[in-house]
Structures are given as C-alpha cells and as structure tokens.
Design a protein around this ligand. Sequence first.
Ligand SMILES: Nc1ncnc2c1ncn2[C@@H]1O[C@H](COP(=O)(O)OP(=O)(O)OP(=O)(O)O)[C@@H](O)[C@H]1O
Length: 305
Amino acid sequence: MQATIEVNGLRKRFGPTLALDGMSFTVRPGQVTGFVGPNGAGKSTTMRVILGLDAADEGHALVGGQPYVSLRRPLTHVGALLDAGALQPGRTARDHLLWLAHSQGLDGRRVDEVLQQVGLRSVARRRAGGFSLGMRQRLGVAAALLGDPPVLMLDEPVNGLDPEGIVWMRGLLRSLAADGRAVLVSSHLMRELEDTADHLVVVGKGRVIADADVTDLIAAASKGRVVVRTAARSAAMEALERVGAAMAVTGLDAIVVSGLPSERVVAVLNADGVPFSEVAKDRVTLEQAYMDLTADAVEYRGATR
Ligand SMILES: Nc1ncnc2c1ncn2[C@@H]1O[C@H](COP(=O)(O)OP(=O)(O)OP(=O)(O)O)[C@@H](O)[C@H]1O
C-alpha cells in the first residue's frame, strides 16, 4: 500500500458554519507533515473526514489510495490519535490495547511491543482512568502504532507532555518518517514543528493557505530582510530612513530593515559614519512565517495585534 493521504476538494458545512471550503493537500511518505492553522480553521474536521468519522458534503479523502471506509483492518493502514480521552477508564492500559488488537484481528504480542515503544511498560496494568494527560497521550500513540501502519495521523500529540515527553515525541515522529511512513501532525506549537516537521500544510477558514517545505516557508518569509546591530540605533535609523528603507526595532541595539539589500545597508551606514557590529540577512522563525501567512485567517485576535 502507498504511504499517502490525499485530500481533494473537501467541503463541509455544520449549519451556518462552513468548516471546510475546498480543502486539498497530499501527505507524502518519509516526511513529517505539520498541519497547522488558527483555531477553527478545519484541521480536526479534515482529520475526522479522512477517518470516515464525518462525511464531507463534497470532495474525497483517500488513505493509501483508498477511502477509509473501504479499508480492511484499518489499523494496519492508518494509525490515528484524535482524542486521547477516548478510552474506557476502568480498563488497564494493556487491556485497552488488547481489546483494540483483537477487534482488528491483530496479534496480542504487538501490545507489549507498543507499550515498550511509548514508555508505558511499567504502568501497563494500571487503570487508564488514573492516567495523567501525558500518559493518555502516550497510550493513544501506542494504539495508533498497534497495526504498524504506513500512515499516521496525530492531532496535537505533544499536548500534555512534559519536556522529556516532548523530546521523546520529536524523536518518535522523526523515526516514523525515517521508516518511510507518511506522518501528519497537527499542532499549534510552531517552535516544536520547526524542529520536527519537514513540510507544512497551513490552513485557514477551511482551505489551504500554504503547502510547502519548512525551509522554503522560512526562506520566503525572510526574503529581503536584513538585521542591523548597532550601538547607534537612532543614527542608523535616520540614515536608512533617508534612503526609503522600512524598519522595525527588534532590540536595544537591533533593527530589521526591509527593502534594501545588505550591501546597500552597509554602504548607507558607512557613508554617514554610523558604527555597526553586524549587518546580516535575517532568518525569521517558523512562528513569524506562520503569523504572516495566517494574519487574515484568524477568527479571534487579541487587542494588542
Ligand atoms: N460537530 C460540529 N458541529 C458544529 N460545528 C462544528 C462541529 N465541528 C466543527 N465545527 C466548526 O467547524 C469549524 C472548524 O472546526 P475544527 O475543529 O475542524 O477546527 P480546528 O482547526 O481543528 O480548530 P482547533 O485548532 O481549535 O482545534 C469551527 O468553526 C467549528 O466550530
């Protein structure tokens, strides 16, 4: 089976709300693809449609080239973590996974392997109802891995994890992609995705805003920006303003200049005798690139922006 998710032209309305408005993208094998967007952008709805939990009004979603509903033993095709709370609180972690394995005709021995993989071996016989959010997340990931699927889809997997858990999750996602699997991960944590994801699908208001490699998104957002470090910030700003540069103050001794190449910035500062310690091409963070992309797609915004 191909390790892919294909989403094509999904539209979905909930009463007056248009949750999906032509959502289309492909998740490729061997990569971690981040699925990001403001609250209410349609990420969870898309994932639910992919898993056949919601029906789209238009369009289709395929896992490994097939609609989810036509997959035999779906856990062997796609593993998903959507809601870590969705378990029987009275069951032990091991029994929860055994029940899942048997329901799909999977070998029970796999249960101990995935418990080991997610670090829950020592608490396998404890009731899942007493688990912390982080432990539930790990149990949810164990369930997703049970069928050794080529496609994984995880909604906010680092939610509730402590720093050690976050590092573990990063390593797990990278290794799943290195195995050649297609890994789709939704998250609001751009700093986390900057370290983990190869590719990003950015959505807003039910449709795709950007679909590109993380490095390309950062490069595009950084384009034409030059950072200047100088103890004479006011003098530098006056000199650059005179030649029409746009500027933003980013620190006591730092400004970011747009609209002028770095060589020209150096020439202008030298011509005015303004001292500086650094003039360099700027590299924005993924978070900044994301903020620029989604500026028009945010439904609710704090008054300070
Ligand atoms: N079952 C439902 N009934 C009515 N409206 C819904 C339902 N599910 C989702 N919506 C609406 O559809 C839109 C998309 O919601 P969705 O949960 O897919 O967004 P999201 O990107 O996952 O958001 P978040 O980042 O907050 O999880 C929102 O306006 C939401 O209120």
